[in-house]
Design a binder for this molecule. Structure first.
Ligand SMILES: Cc1cc2nc3c(=O)[nH]c(=O)nc-3n(C[C@H](O)[C@H](O)[C@H](O)COP(=O)(O)OP(=O)(O)OC[C@H]3O[C@@H](n4cnc5c(N)ncnc54)[C@H](O)[C@@H]3O)c2cc1C
Length: 415
C-alpha cells in the first residue's frame, strides 16, 4: 500500500478487507495481463476485443449470461434485473466490484475501458434494462461475454450536444418493419461492431426510439477507425443506414421507451466517465509522486522543493475530492449528481494529468512515459457523454426547475 493511501483512511473512503481483496485481484490482473499489451493496443497493431473477451472469461464478469440466454430475464413470470435474490450487502459488494473493475482497467488503459464500457454497459446494459425477453435472449448474452461487440449510437454529424433536437436519422414504419435512414458518428467500437443500439426519429410521429440493428443487415455500413488524439486503443467511427429494414420486433422494448430512457442512459454513462477520469488522475498522481521522490536536481530529490510540493499537494486535493465523489456516487441515482460528478472529475482528470507532465519535466512530454498518454486520454472525458458546457446547463436547469429539483433532493435523501 502506498503511503498516500494510508493517509486517506482519515477520509470517509476506506476499504474493508473484502474490498481490498477485490481491488488487489483486479489490479494484479490488469497489471499482469493488460499492461504488457498496451503499447500494441495504442499503436493499433491489435484490437481490444480479444482481450476483453478473455478478461470477461478469466474474471467471471458475465455470471448472468447463461441465465439471460435461457430466460430472457424473466423470473416467476416477471421481468427481473438479476437471477438471484441477493441481500443488500451482496448487492453493495457487486456494485463496488463493478466500480473498482472500471478503475483498475482504466488505470492501465482508459481506451480499453471505454470500448468495454460502451459494449457491455451502454449497449448490452440498455437492452437488458429496456428490452423484451426475446431481445434480451438474442442480443445480451453474447455481448456480455465479449463474443460480440456492442455500440451505442446517438451522436450524428449535425447532432452532438443537441442530440435530440437536431437528430436526422429516421425510422419509417412500413408493415412489420421500420426503414432506417441516416448516419451516426463518433461511435465507439463502430468499425468492428456487431450489435448497434440506434436512436432514430419516427418519420410519422417524431418520437425518438431505439432500434437494435445487426451489422449483417443490408444497408448497414461502417467507416474505418478515425485517427484520434487519445483513447487510441478504442476504435471510433461512423455508421451509415441506407434503407435498412429493421423488424418491428427490434424496436427496443417494443417502443415503450422515449427520451427519458436516453437521459437515464446518459446519467449512467456520466458516472462511468467520472470513474474513468478518477482512475487516470490517480495513476498520473502516483507516477508524479514517485518521480518527484527519485528525480534529483541540485543534489537532492525535486520533492524537497516546496514549489514541487505545492503542485503535489494540489493534485492530492483534486484526487481526494474526486475519490469521495466516485465512491459515494454508487449511492445516488439523480441526473444532477451524475452531471456534477462528471463535470468535476473530468476536469480533475485533465488538470492532474497536466500537472503530472509538469513534474516529470521534459520526460513527461516524451511518449514512452505513461503520463503523456494519460493527458491525451483525459481530454475526451471532458467532451464525451456531454461536454462540460452541457453538464453545466443540465445542472442549472435542474436547480431552477422546481420539479426536477425536488426529485434531486429526494434522490439524495433516499441514497
Ligand atoms: C472518441 C469519442 C467517442 C465517442 N463515443 C460515442 C458513442 O459511442 N456514442 C455516441 O452516441 N457518441 C459518442 N461520442 C460523441 C460525443 O458524445 C460528442 O462528441 C459530444 O456529445 C459533443 O458533441 P459534438 O462533438 O457534436 O460537439 P458540439 O455539440 O458541436 O459542441 C461543440 C462545442 O460547442 C459547445 N456547445 C454546444 N452546444 C452548446 C450550448 N447549448 N451552450 C454552450 N455551449 C455549447 C460544446 O460544449 C463544445 O464546446 C464520442 C465522441 C468521441 C470524440
Amino acid at each position: 500500500m502506498l503511503a498516500w493511501e494510508v493517509d486517506m483512511a482519515v477520509y470517509d473512503v476506506q476499504f474493508t478487507d473484502m474490498e481490498r481483496g477485490i481491488r488487489d485481484q483486479f489490479r494484479k490482473y490488469m497489471e499482469n495481463e493488460l499492461a504488457p499489451l498496451t503499447e500494441q493496443l495504442e499503436n493499433q497493431e491489435i484490437l481490444p476485443f480479444p482481450f476483453i473477451e478473455q478478461m470477461i472469461a478469466d474474471l467471471g464478469l458475465a455470471p448472468d449470461a447463461d441465465w439471460l440466454e435461457s430466460t430472457g430475464g424473466v423470473k416467476n413470470g416477471e421481468s427481473s434485473a438479476e437471477p438471484a435474490d441477493d441481500d443488500e450487502e451482496t448487492k453493495r459488494i457487486v456494485t463496488f466490484a463493478g466500480n473498482q473493475l472500471t478503475i483498475e482497467m482504466a488505470r492501465v488503459n482508459p481506451g480499453l475501458c471505454s470500448s468495454w464500457g460502451v459494449s457491455v454497459g451502454l449497449c448490452a446494459g440498455n437492452i437488458r434494462k429496456h428490452g423484451t425477453p426475446e431481445q434480451i435472449k438474442k442480443y445480451v448474452p453474447s455481448v456480455l461475454r465479449g463474443q460480440k461487440i456492442g455500440c451505442w449510437c446517438l451522436t450524428e454529424p449535425g447532432a452532438g450536444s443537441d442530440a435530440f433536437g437536431s437528430m436526422r436519422t429516421t425510422a419509417k414504419k412500413t408493415g412489420d418493419s421500420y426503414i432506417l435512414n441516416g448516419s451516426k458518428t463518433f461511435i465507439t467500437n463502430a468499425p468492428y461492431g456487431d450489435v448497434f443500439l440506434v436512436y432514430a426519429k419516427d418519420a410519422d410521429t417524431g418520437a425518438i426510439q431505439a432500434y437494435i440493428v445487426e451489422r449483417e443487415w443490408k444497408g448497414v455500413t461502417t467507416s474505418k477507425p478515425f485517427h484520434k488524439m487519445g483513447m487510441k486503443t478504442s476504435p471510433t467511427g461512423e455508421v451509415f443506414f441506407d434503407d435498412v429494414e429493421v423488424p418491428a420486433d427490434n424496436l427496443l422494448g417494443r417502443g415503450v421507451e422515449d427520451r427519458d430512457h436516453v437521459r437515464k442512459s446518459l446519467a449512467g454513462e456520466r458516472l462511468g466517465i467520472a470513474t474513468l477520469s478518477y482512475a487516470l488522475a490517480e495513476k498520473a498522481f502516483e507516477i508524479a509522486l514517485e518521480y518527484a521522490k527519485s528525480r534529483e536536481q541540485g543534489g537532492q530529490p525535486i520533492a524537497n522543493y516546496q514549489l514541487v510540493q505545492e503542485r503535489l499537494a494540489r493534485m492530492y486535493v483534486d484526487i481526494s475530492n474526486s475519490r469521495r465523489i466516485v465512491y459515494a456516487k454508487q449511492q445516488t441515482g439523480s441526473v444532477i449528481d451524475a452531471c456534477a460528478a462528471k463535470l468535476y472529475v473530468a476536469e480533475v482528470g485533465s488538470r492532474v494529468t497536466q500537472q503530472a507532465i509538469h513534474i516529470l519535466g521534459g520526460y513527461g512530454y516524451i511518449s514512452e512515459y505513461e503520463v503523456e498518454r494519460l493527458v491525451r486520454d483525459a481530454k475526451l472525458l471532458e467532451l464525451g457523454g456531454g461536454t462540460t458546457e452541457i453538464q453545466i446547463l443540465t445542472i442549472a436547469r435542474h436547480l431552477l426547475d422546481e420539479n426536477a429539483g425536488a426529485q434531486t433532493f429526494e434522490a439524495h435523501r433516499v441514497g
